[in-house]
Ligand binder design. Structure first.
Ligand code: XIL
Length: 408
């Protein structure tokens, strides 16, 4: 047994011991090594992987809920501001920046030796009201929006220069197959803000956004980020992953300074699950282009009631099956990431059901229960699965990460 293997075996035992310790103590059995760090960041670090979370600024500073901050600081090696770095947060009034919350977030990350994922620069959503209104009513035209976006990217990336590991430079630029027209395209539904944003900027805006970001920070890794790109579909006109693949391949071929693709990883157990190899294949196709990849916003939610039995959630029935399906989804994304040496980070979009965007966003039908810890900070099956996957990972299948060199 190699040293590394022995360490793995020790960790596995220790991970189990965390939950078994109460039983073991009463039975007089073995106790876990008290000094071993069982945090997600420590377990992930064994393979050079960064394990992250989105941080809800209000929860982080809520003195009535100290557990939230303790867990952010202790469990994670990379952090993403859930909202504090979005355009609406940084420039609520045109021409006046409000850096306070974002600065506090980055300072806290540095204090806890965490890498920062900057989120987000070019995105049609969560724009300040003055900007989204102008786009909607036509008072801001294409050249104006382009100039505003250039200024925004330059100002924000310059402000945080040297302190951001990965920037989500462009987020959710392409449509979904259920939108109109259904063939995947830049933008979204006809007439939507998403479509207007894309049309006003014109198809060249992605290349420009990456170039503007690179001009302001030579070292940050620059990512395209989107959801529903975890696996390829049929390769046809409705295959979003294929569209994104073709898009970033073209950007690479043009010499655009894009370094990675972020796969958000918002999954729901009401849909079919991917398997590990479908996700691993997709990652490999992206990394074969010379790109890094990252899971950037993972959660795996479930329906909280059933159309046939609306009291299901209240009764607690079937939630065990949903918890297991959720755990399986985390497992698939994490194992695929572990197996690809260019998968640099695995970030969850919140870690407790107590503070989650899911119930606020997915209301009809209601969904929830998508995070690793429950609303009382108790471990769920998804957490135990992730801990087990990290503890059991190692060579030959799982090798240390290969750092990405920022493209000039
Ligand atoms: C979400 C936040 O979690 C919510 O608090 C906010 O109200 C809406 O945005 N994709 C993204 C994230 O890139 O920025 C979104 O975050 C979730 C979907």
């Amino acid at each position: 047994m190699t040293l590394r293997r022995m360490a793995t075996a020790g960790l596995l035992a220790a991970v189990t011991a965390v939950t078994m310790s109460a039983v073991a103590a009463s039975a007089g059995g073995p106790r876990p090594p008290a000094t071993q760090d069982q945090s997600l960041r420590a377990l992930a670090a064994r393979n050079g992987l960064s394990f992250g979370t989105a941080v809800d600024a209000a929860a982080y500073t809520d003195a009535a809920d100290p557990q939230y901050k303790v867990m952010v600081d202790g469990q994670f090696s990379t952090v993403t501001a859930e909202n504090a770095m979005k355009w609406e947060s940084l420039e609520p009034t045109r021409g006046t920046y409000n850096w306070a919350a974002a600065d506090a977030f980055v300072a806290a990350a540095e204090q806890h030796h965490q890498l920062v994922r900057g989120h987000v620069l070019a995105w049609y959503s969560q724009l300040p009201g003055w900007l989204s209104t102008g786009i909607q009513d036509g008072t801001i035209d294409g050249p104006q929006l382009r100039a505003l976006l250039k200024q925004h990217i330059t100002d924000v990336v310059t402000h945080f220069r040297g302190r951001i590991w990965q920037w989500d430079v462009v987020n959710e630029a392409v449509s979904d197959p259920w939108e109109t027209p259904s063939a995947i395209h830049l933008g979204g539904n006809t007439g939507s803000l998403k479509q207007k944003f894309a049309d006003l900027l014109g198809p060249g805006y992605l290349a420009d956004a990456f170039r503007w970001a690179r001009a302001a920070d030579a070292k940050a890794l620059l990512f395209y980020n989107d959801y529903n790109i975890e696996a390829f579909g049929d390769g046809g006109p409705g295959d979003k992953t294929q569209f994104v693949y073709d898009m970033v391949k073209k950007l690479r071929a043009q010499g655009v300074p894009i370094d990675g693709v972020g796969s958000q990883g918002h999954l729901s157990t009401q849909y079919g699950n991917y398997d590990v190899f479908q996700v691993a294949d997709a990652m490999q196709r992206f990394t074969d282009l010379g790109l890094a990849v990252a899971l950037t916003e993972v959660d795996a939610r479930s329906l909280m009631k059933d159309a046939k039995d609306p009291t299901l959630a209240a009764a607690g029935a079937d939630l065990n099956a949903r918890d297991q399906a959720s755990a399986y989804n985390y497992h698939v994304l994490l194992q695929a990431c572990l197996m690809n040496r260019h998968c640099l980070s695995f970030t969850v979009w919140g870690f407790t059901d107590k503070h989650s965007w899911i119930p606020n966003w997915f209301k009809d039908p209601p969904e929830g229960a998508g995070n690793l810890w429950d609303a009382n900070y108790q471990p769920k099956k998804s957490l135990r699965t992730v801990q087990g996957d990290l503890a059991a990972a190692g060579p030959p299948l799982v090798q240390p990460r290969i750092p990405q060199r920022p493209r000039r």
